[in-house]
Ligand binder design. Structure first.
Ligand code: 1CP
Length: 343
């Protein structure tokens, strides 16, 4: 069995202390990240500069010794590789050309053509698999089809994903065709990351929580199941982490329904509830509120211990419930790690 702690937890092993990494661990809260981003010019140039993207991926590993590194890239590179325009407005976030009519969809590239744009990302993975310490696992990732579609339809981030829900209601055929194209592209993209050296992959469905009832099953569970089945067919034994953020009760049974080896939990669910209802099916990841990385102190220590304890009877990967924010204090990250590892 692999010696890397993250892969042992993903294989279902209950460890004395859980492996730990952090969503957005390479990010604006770190001065060394801000310096490298400055050097790259802007965020997208950083993503496509393999040497600098590898450098920012390694920064939190050097500083903290996390058990896993996550490839530095973004979920919105897939729409760009499919032919959408993509740019970032400083202080506001991403902007994309929209897909709301059949003609917009017809202008997209086939999934098989994405590699031309995404080759630098695979090069980042190759550099990382050479340079990471032998105990550090390398995680590849992509956005889940629904979440990626919400950005492609709205042309930006939205608090309630209203434009995507509207297209679903008004032109379900087009909506489903778009989801299908993203699903195919995601399989291609993740499979190429694994070929380049990613040891496990994570599927981020950040907006899964806005899908209710049957829509959740059709547009969150079913595409994840398809992507995971195809990846495991191509790469037998590949571990997959699925993150249907804010799924609530829909976390129950998600691992079984999709074939995911681990379900990542946001911090809206209590660890006791998740241990009883989700961890009973296998490994879970999570779920400290990212606000503790801003506020620190005894509350951070208490809540970290609480989560470690609640998940101690089964396989667990310690993480935040969502990405660390730019206003976080790097010393609070160290305090969280020390608390997890001093258990
Ligand atoms: O200004 C900057 O430097 C850019 C900030 C930033 C960073 C550090 C963005 C813009 N993306 C990233 C990197 C990133 N994004 C990673 C790298 C690895 C790591 O975790 O360290 C990952 C895994 C993502 C994934 C991502 N991008 C998601 C899914 C996870 C989540 O946070 O829910 C989403 C929704 C995005 C879109 C995106 N990219 C960036 C922003 C600001 C956003 C959110 C836009 C919005 O809806 O407002």
């Amino acid at each position: 069995m692999s010696q890397k702690k993250l892969l042992r937890a993903l294989a279902g092993e209950t460890l004395d202390t859980p492996p730990i990494w952090m969503m957005r661990q390479a990010g604006r809260y770190l001065p060394e990240y801000r310096a490298t981003r400055e050097k790259a010019g802007d965020f997208l140039s950083l993503c496509y500069n393999s040497d600098l993207a590898a450098e920012v991926t390694l920064q939190p590993i050097r500083r903290y010794g996390f058990d896993a590194a996550i490839l530095f890239a973004d979920i919105l590179l897939v729409p760009q590789a499919l032919g959408a325009d993509l740019w970032f407005v400083t202080g506001e976030g991403p902007r994309l050309s929209t897909v709301t009519a059949q003609s917009d969809f017809d202008a997209l590239k086939p999934a098989a053509d994405i590699h031309e744009t995404l080759n630098p990302i695979y090069e980042t993975v190759r550099i990382l698999s050479r340079e990471l310490p032998s105990e550090t696992a390398l995680i590849g990732f992509a956005g889940a089809p629904w979440t990626v579609a919400t950005y492609m339809i709205a042309g930006r981030g939205t608090p309630d994903q209203a434009p995507a829900h509207a297209l679903m209601a008004q032109n379900r055929t087009l909506f489903e065709a778009l989801l299908e194209r993203i699903t195919e592209a995601t399989i291609e993209y993740l499979s190429a990351q694994v070929d380049a050296g990613a040891e496990c992959v994570k599927l981020f469905d950040s907006w899964a929580g806005s899908l209710g009832g049957d829509d959740f099953d059709r547009y969150a569970t079913a595409p994840a199941a398809r992507i995971i089945a195809e990846l495991k067919r191509r790469h037998p034994g590949l571990p997959v982490i699925a993150f249907p953020r804010e799924a609530g009760d829909k976390y129950i049974g998600f691992a079984k329904a999709t074939g995911a080896d681990c379900v990542a939990l946001d911090n809206s669910v209590s660890p006791e509830w998740a241990a009883a209802n989700v961890q009973c099916d296998g490994c879970v990841q999570g779920n400290l509120s990212p606000t503790h990385m801003v506020t620190g102190g005894q509350a951070l220590i208490d809540e970290t211990r609480h989560i470690v304890e609640a998940f101690s009877k089964g396989p667990h990967i310690f993480n935040l419930g969502h990405g660390i924010t730019p206003d976080a204090d790097p010393e609070n990250v160290q305090l969280m790690i020390d608390t997890v590892r001093s258990k």
